[in-house]
Design a binder for this molecule. Structure first.
Ligand code: NAG
Ligand code: NAG
Length: 338
């Protein structure tokens, strides 16, 4: 371990200068060297520091603009909410809570991936990033109190070590109800819960709940002449989502969290139309170094998509999910990147 040797040397010099030689007036040098040693350690090891939590919001904004299609509301809300939460000029009043809603493949996980990558140097490997998946981590509805106890311990333990944690709860709608009630005190307006300050933390909830309402509403508006997708505003959706999340089964079912308005932003992911799916396909080709794929290849990828609702056939029922694999197959089959 190279850095262990460096640290040992620095500690040795520090000891030599401050104690062994008895030059008390050189103590500040020792302290300074100690500081250098600490920051040297944090170059190799993940510390609760700006080096590891680099919070690159400009990078996030660019990445979302480049790779997320047809989601102007998402682009409006997400980066700004995160940026202002960690703004140095004022302390947040509570932990930031974002709730993402939409059909599968509309980009909820994709956006989350960019958030993780741009905020934490070590991305999804960061010890400050926690990803809980409904069916995987909370499969058993008889074990709610056990899950709650674990969650409480983990969130508390991690936040005690570092105040800038990111907790992601995926598949909220597939979680037994009530589990999430345990986090309520941690996302509330309190600067201290049993000696721990949770206000720097970020919680992101992902679910399909409310998606049918979003899509129906979108369809209604689409049928009215002259209203463009890009004209849709957040206010059009927020009440629908709270209603949907509240009435459907799953983690937020009759939940205290929603009742007491502790979710800061409901973020609706709109269903993907043909033009957006097309952009996803082109992006996937580009990521494989195929910049101008022939129309027949694009169409071949499009042919895998199912369209709904049954009458209008306007949206991809799976959004841009699995497009990556389809494009990968096409690129290999026709040797397009050779
Ligand atoms: C931090 O969270 C993880 C789960 O993501 C858990 O396994 C670990 O025990 C927690 N650490 C502390 C100190 O509670
Ligand atoms: C794309 O091209 C770049 C540079 O030409 C290369 O470094 C990269 O590995 C290529 N990516 C793929 C997926 O082939």
């Amino acid at each position: 371990m190279q850095f262990a040797r460096v640290v040992a040397q620095i500690l040795f010099i520090q000891c030599f200068i401050t104690t062994c030689l008895g030059f008390g007036f050189l103590a500040p040098v020792g302290v300074a060297l100690g500081g250098i040693a600490a920051s040297a350690i944090c170059r190799f090891k993940e510390c609760c520091s700006e080096h590891a939590i680099h919070a690159d919001f400009d990078g996030l904004e660019v990445a979302l603009k480049k790779h997320i299609y047809g989601q102007h509301l998402v682009l409006d809300i997400v980066t700004n909410a995160l940026r202002s939460h960690w703004d140095d000029t004022h302390e947040p009043q509570k932990a930031l809570t974002l709730s993402f809603h939409g059909w599968p493949g509309s980009g909820k996980n994709y956006v989350t991936k960019f958030i993780i990558e741009n905020m934490y140097k070590y991305g999804s490997k960061s010890k400050f990033v926690h990803h809980f998946i409904g069916r995987m981590h909370f499969p058993n509805s008889d074990k709610v109190s056990e899950y709650q106890e674990n969650l409480h311990q983990w969130i508390k333990g991690n936040t005690t070590n570092c105040g800038k944690q990111l907790f992601i709860f995926d598949e909220i709608d597939k979680m037994p109800p009530k589990i999430l009630n345990i986090i309520k005190p941690m996302i509330d307006y309190r600067d201290d819960v049993d000696g721990v300050d949770y206000r720097g933390c970020i919680f992101i909830f992902l679910s399909n709940t409310g998606a049918d309402l979003i899509n129906e509403h979108f369809l209604e508006i689409w049928k009215e002449d002259g209203v463009m997708r890009e004209d849709l505003k957040l206010e059009d959706f927020e009440p629908l989502i709270t209603k949907g999340a509240f009435n459907e089964e799953g983690g937020f079912h009759h939940s205290d969290t929603i009742k007491s308005n502790l979710i800061d932003h409901y973020v609706p992911f709109l269903p993907m139309e043909r033009r957006h799916v097309r952009l996803c396909i082109l992006d996937e080709f580009k990521q494989r170094n195929v910049t101008n794929p022939r129309e027949e290849y694009v169409n071949e990828a499009m042919a895998f998509i199912e369209w709904g609702p049954s009458r209008e056939k306007l949206f991809s029922t799976t959004g841009c999910k699995r497009i990556s694999q389809k494009v990968g197959t096409i690129v290999t089959k026709y040797k397009l990147n050779k």
